[in-house]
Design a protein around this ligand. Structure first.
Ligand SMILES: Cc1cc2nc3c(=O)[nH]c(=O)nc-3n(C[C@H](O)[C@H](O)[C@H](O)COP(=O)(O)O)c2cc1C
Ligand code: SF4
Ligand code: FES
Length: 611
């Protein structure tokens, strides 16, 4: 695309899509009709630049209406927000769901990632290639619906855009959807194997409460935690969280109390709370289940986080492939406002707190906490260097709490039990309940809630064991950024400390099973392709290392290793070490994890190396 866009004009539909989102232009300085006052006074510069954070939603609005982002459309957004076109083009090309080349209005994104591969996604894509050709569908990384694999995501652009995430996809169902029959894509979510169990805490309302009803939420203990928070006061709430020893569920297991204390101690008064709902780690879908099934709980928990840390504004950063969660969360936010528990003066707390829903556009890296800031602010979703840490200088340079959705839902449980009692649940330093996403070759895939300390064996048994009674070959624990476990290691208790001692991680709660029929080298290659594709490219070890890693696996898979498999193994180790040591962020640092554990724990390539 030519970067000098100034001559390109939007078509009427593009202009309308952008005006509907941004409102009409005030004058000629911001893309509207030139008026006589425009000749005398310049306006729009600073004001419009302050609107930079509207760039991503404006691009999404254009994509949703037209199906792609043309030069004219992009140019008009740039005029409206006074952003240089080259800069905005850099943002538009960062996200997989946005297209800067023409795309048909109706597109199905078909997941060919690791959990869906165990359920025939690759065959499905081959069939589609034969029956539907290349038009109207695209291969996609994990869509967060691994429990209903193979998964697909429909987007239809137009004045009334349609988005549907659906499971159990077949070549026939996708072909129907491509022809405009959406019946196969209209499916109930979420599905919960433990629905109604008395032992559930985090999931207890899922499938029980009406997710669209504020009154029903209240009838199921909703807003009791907020009432307790009001009695405790901000310092008291933070003390309970610290006493509970609540650790983050987003992957890094950072103590939530310390994070909240650090923000509350900052001299800067403008502060933010962000619920990290980006959930794009392959195999992870627990946050989707929470948001689809119990959206008011996240709104309540964020309000408490705002109260405890002195923040008046919160953002939910939601991945773009969760349309149902988006609809339900937006409704919950609106209802909470209408009922006075969100907005200018939160009932019971007497403070101001409001939430804005921000929707991503297909970029795994935007789940990294500092990349979220850039994405919300309207820049490419590239991680920032730390320090400064988000608690000091986060969103818009202000102190910011970033917490995973499941972490925030635990806040309600901490206030319900009290910090000390919560700390007695779970095991050792791993307090409280934990959600795990079971997928792959498992009998009953889904999100399961167990206490920390439950063994991996018991968790797998809870989900019905290996599908079809076949033999277990390996378990991927913690996600693509985690690592593999052997079948003889599954008595490991699921705690932060036990998995760490075993050189593994709970990560984002992924437990993906692979039976003895799965081609693990192909799975590794797909994981490597994922990291290569999702690397933001900002630092060399990750940008180059993820490419080289994938290439080596390709060669091994194709039976054409350079210098033999042992040489390729040594190369993979060297690349992995460089990525771990020298990458800026967690993506590059963990991109070798699955490959390393497959080689060192599962002994993959050993036979081939010996021969
Ligand atoms: C590449 C990358 C992607 C991440 N994606 C997510 C995500 O989707 N959701 C999430 O909660 N944390 C994600 N994280 C972790 C966040 O950076 C951060 O640690 C977390 O949101 C903090 O919340 P917690 O303390 O409640 O876990 C990701 C980290 C990296 C490096
Ligand atoms: S490690 Fe990878 S994803 Fe992270 S900043 Fe560097 S290039 Fe970007
Ligand atoms: S939805 Fe396909 S791997 Fe997760």
């Amino acid at each position: 695309m030519d970067l000098h866009l100034l001559a390109a004009e939007p078509i009427a539909e593009e202009r309308d899509a952008i005006d509907r989102f941004l409102g009409s232009a005030a004058g000629g300085w911001t893309g509207g009709e030139r008026t006589s006052t425009d000749h005398h006074t310049a306006s729009g510069g600073h004001e419009a630049r302050d609107q930079r954070y509207l760039l991503l939603p404006a691009l999404r609005a254009l994509q949703a209406r037209i199906g792609w982002i043309s030069e004219g459309g992009l140019n008009y957004i740039c005029e409206r927000l006074t952003i240089p076109p080259a800069d905005a083009y850099g943002v538009a090309t960062f996200y997989a769901l946005l297209s800067t080349t023409p795309r048909p209005p109706r597109v199905v994104h078909v997941c060919d990632d690791i959990a869906c591969r165990t359920r025939g996604a690759d065959r499905l894509c081959d069939e589609l290639e034969k029956s539907a050709g290349q038009d109207g569908w695209l291969r996609s990384p994990c869509l967060g619906l691994c429990d209903q694999a193979p998964a697909a995501f429909l987007t239809e652009a137009g004045p009334e855009p349609v988005e549907l995430l659906f499971g159990g996809a077949t070549a026939a169902s996708i072909t129907s959807v491509l022809k405009g029959d959406y019946a196969p894509a209209k499916q109930p979510h979420p599905v919960l194997p433990q629905k109604g169990s008395q032992e559930l805490r985090l999931l207890r309302r899922i499938g029980v409460v009406d997710p669209s009803s504020f009154d029903d939420y209240r009838a199921h203990d909703g807003y009791e935690a907020l009432a307790k928070a009001a009695l405790l006061g901000p310092d008291g709430v933070r003390k309970e969280i610290t006493d509970a020893r609540l650790a983050g569920r987003g992957g890094a297991a950072f103590p939530t109390g310390r994070k909240w204390d650090a923000v509350s101690l900052q001299p800067e008064r403008e502060r933010y709370v962000i619920a990290n709902a980006d959930e794009s780690e392959p195999g992870t879908f627990k946050d989707r289940v929470l948001m689809e099934g119990d959206p008011f709980a996240l709104v309540e928990a964020m309000t408490i986080a705002g109260y405890a840390t002195g923040a008046e504004r919160g953002f939910i950063y939601l991945r773009g492939e969760y349309p149902l969660a988006r609809e339900r969360l937006q409704h919950a936010i609106d209802e909470a406002r209408r009922n006075g528990v969100l907005g200018e003066s939160v009932h019971g707390l007497g403070v101001r707190f409001d939430i804005e829903l921000r929707v991503g556009a297909g970029a795994y890296i935007c789940g990294e906490e500092t990349a979220i800031f850039n994405s919300i602010e309207g820049y490419r979703g590239e991680p920032r260097n730390k320090p400064p840490f988000p608690v000091e200088a986060g969103l818009f340079g202000k102190p910011t709490v970033v917490n995973n959705v499941e972490t925030l839902i635990n806040v309600l449980e901490v206030l319900h039990l009290g910090g000390a009692r919560y700390a007695e649940t779970g095991s050792g330093i791993s307090t409280g309940p934990r959600l795990f996403c079971l997928s792959g070759s498992v009998q009953r895939p889904g999100v399961y809630e167990v206490a920390h300390g439950t063994s991996l064996r018991d968790l797998i048994a809870l989900a019905g064991g290996v599908a079809g009674g076949r033999e277990l070959r390996a378990v991927l624990l913690g996600g693509a950024a985690g690592g593999f476990i052997r079948p003889d290691e599954i008595d490991m208790p699921l705690t932060f400390e036990a998995t760490r001692a075993a050189g593994s991680t709970l990560g984002s709660g992924v437990v993906m099973l692979f039976d003895d029929q799965v081609n693990l080298v192909d799975i590794l290659r797909r994981i490597a392709a994922f990291f290569r594709d999702e690397s933001c490219g900002q630092c060399v070890p990750c940008r180059v290392g993820t490419v080289r890693q994938e290439e080596a696996l390709h060669r091994i898979l194709a039976g054409k290793p350079i210098g033999g498999v042992a040489t390729e193994r040594a190369l993979l180790e060297e690349i992995g070490l460089a990525m771990k040591d020298a990458s800026i962020c967690g993506l590059g640092q963990t991109a070798y994890g699955a490959v390393e554990t497959a080689m060192k724990r599962l002994g993959l390539f050993e036979e081939a190396s010996a021969s």
